[in-house]
Write a protein that binds this ligand. Structure first.
Ligand code: FE2
Ligand code: FE2
Length: 206
């Protein structure tokens, strides 16, 4: 299911493919950050049984993606380097509600609405990556690039589902998650098209 509130624009696709060195360097950073976020979740939620195994696998997969993108950079002769962030994820997280307390019988690490929203941020980031990989694979006539994005699609879709399942577990209420997801998705769509941002996997092109 597509949880996003918007499609990526043709202008972003053109901007991204027009600066492939920057796109791929940023992509490598994205995969590394996705692994770091997963490790952070494992540290913050040690008593969340349903999170432990799949989040650990997710962290490993993101590092495999990271290595794959590093290889692509090196194949193309693009140097890996530091790149200022366009703050997509941090802007997204600004919409997270404050922490609440866990209810009786819930894992002590849960923080109510804040945890639901953090999981929804994860779901939206993964869903947006998936949507953009599909667009890039479609738009490019560079076969290696198309293969790269097609190879990563399946995992990102699965990661999105995992985060959504985790949000549902905390909320325990399908309708409440759907309503909150719609709000967060609208916020994500607005963050994505902020004007005058540098070209990044989740920014620029507007
Ligand atoms: Fe990934
Ligand atoms: Fe992912």
């Amino acid at each position: 299911v597509n949880i996003l509130a918007s499609d990526s624009s043709d202008s972003w696709v053109a901007a991204a493919l027009g600066d492939l060195a920057t796109l791929l360097v940023d992509h490598a950073h994205c995969e590394r950050k996705a692994a770091q976020t997963a490790l952070k979740h494992l540290a913050v939620f040690p008593d969340w049984t349903a999170l432990a195994q799949p989040m650990s696998r997710l962290a490993r997969e993101e590092l495999v993606h990271h290595e794959r993108v590093l290889k692509e950079l090196s194949h193309r002769g693009y140097p890996m380097k530091a790149l200022p962030s366009a703050s997509y994820a941090s802007e997204l997280h600004k919409a997270c509600r404050p922490a609440g307390s866990p209810r009786a019988g819930q894992p002590r690490s849960w923080q109510g609405p804040r945890t639901i929203d953090e999981m929804l941020c994860g779901a939206l980031i993964e869903a947006r990556s998936h949507e953009r990989f599909v667009k890039l694979a479609w738009a490019t006539d560079d076969r290696r690039l198309r293969d790269l994005y097609e190879d990563l699609l399946e995992a990102e879709a699965r990661h999105g589902s995992l985060y959504l399942d985790l949000a549902h577990e905390v909320a325990g209420d399908e309708a409440a998650v759907a309503a909150r997801l719609a709000e967060m998705a609208a916020h994500e769509a607005a963050v994505l098209i902020r004007r005058d941002q540098p070209v990044r996997m989740h920014a620029g092109g507007h």
